[in-house]
Ligand binder design. Structure first.
Ligand code: TA6
Length: 297
């Protein structure tokens, strides 16, 4: 059942902090504005589209060419990949929840003035056709001077299941050539641009070409350093054993219809995941939460 804009504003608007608008007709967006930060979250995909703590430049990147259309993923923000990551036979890339319309379950200001928004979905005939399990998913977005995104999976069926998942977060940066990622040194990664070869990370991650890597067996924080402004963005995580780092670079970018020319220079993805070999098994009745807390230092 789709929640209309009217219903959403009547039931969930928070005075001086949250109201619902539409990105395009039929695609509601929670617009959050508090003294701590502004943010927006589309109900389509439970997709965080922006977050800007007070006094900072935007932290999250969305393409100028992004497409806002029912059933199409948005290029940028924080797409949710679930219950698989990447391609799977003839099924939708990165799973099916990033193109579903989620329900708002609650919204409130907490004691420290953070806006807490709860969205959810559960299995239906369309999800059963792609993946035959009973589930409930809840995304809690906590918007303040930090941003926390927590995705809780509940197995509501009688059979166990396994998932891969990602908070596929696109970050804004001044110039990818002068951007590094700290926190992954010494770890190993699956290099998707070298035929899935397993490689070892030496030092910080630097970007000199197409980069598409699954860092496995890591629970460490990642820190993005913008070498132009000196700004650092820390991503701390929970319930996550892998981190994906992605930049399509100039050639791949040309094949991405919803990315404008040259935009790869101002973005990178550092994704809080359970990807590749890091799958999560959830028994009947079991629960798992994947979470990232993003802060600007
Ligand atoms: O997370 C990196 C990745 O899996 C890449 O391989 C790349 O294709 C990207 O996601 C974007 O996927 P999308 O389906 O959103 O175009």
């Amino acid at each position: 059942m789709t929640q209309t804009l009217n219903t959403l504003n009547t039931n969930f608007a928070v005075p001086n902090a949250l109201r619902f608008t539409e990105a395009v007709p039929g695609l509601p967006v929670a617009e959050i504005s508090t003294p701590l930060a502004t943010a927006s979250v589309a109900l389509h995909g439970a997709h965080v589209l922006s977050w800007q703590p007070a006094g900072q430049a935007p932290v999250i990147w969305v393409s100028k060419a992004a497409i806002f259309e029912l059933g199409k993923p948005v290029r940028g923000g924080v797409p949710l990949c679930w219950p698989w990551f990447g391609p799977l036979a003839d099924k939708p890339m990165h799973g099916f929840v990033r193109t579903m319309v989620w329900q708002v379950r609650g919204a409130e200001l907490d004691a420290s003035g953070q806006l807490v928004l709860r969205l959810g979905i559960s299995d239906d005939a369309s999800t059963r056709a792609l993946w035959d399990f009973a589930f409930d998913l809840e995304l809690v977005v906590t918007v303040g001077s930090t941003l926390t995104i927590a995705l809780t999976t509940r197995n509501t069926g009688a059979a166990p299941f396994s998932i891969n998942q990602a908070l596929h977060t696109y970050f804004a940066t001044s110039d990818i050539h002068q951007t590094t990622v700290q926190g992954l040194a010494g770890g190993s990664y699956i290099n998707k641009v070298q035929n899935f070869a397993v490689c070892q990370q030496e030092g910080d991650v630097v970007f000199t070409g197409e980069t598409d890597r699954i860092y496995t067996d890591t629970t460490a924080d990642s820190v993005i350093v913008d070498g132009v402004t000196g700004r650092t963005i820390r991503i701390a995580k929970q319930g996550s054993a892998s981190t994906v780092v992605w930049n399509p670079w100039s050639e791949k970018e040309k094949n991405i219809v919803d990315m404008a020319a040259g935009e790869h220079r101002q973005m990178l993805c550092v994704e809080t995941c359970n990807a590749g070999p890091d799958s999560i098994s959830i028994p009947a009745g079991g629960v798992h939460t994947l979470a990232a807390t993003i802060s600007v230092e």
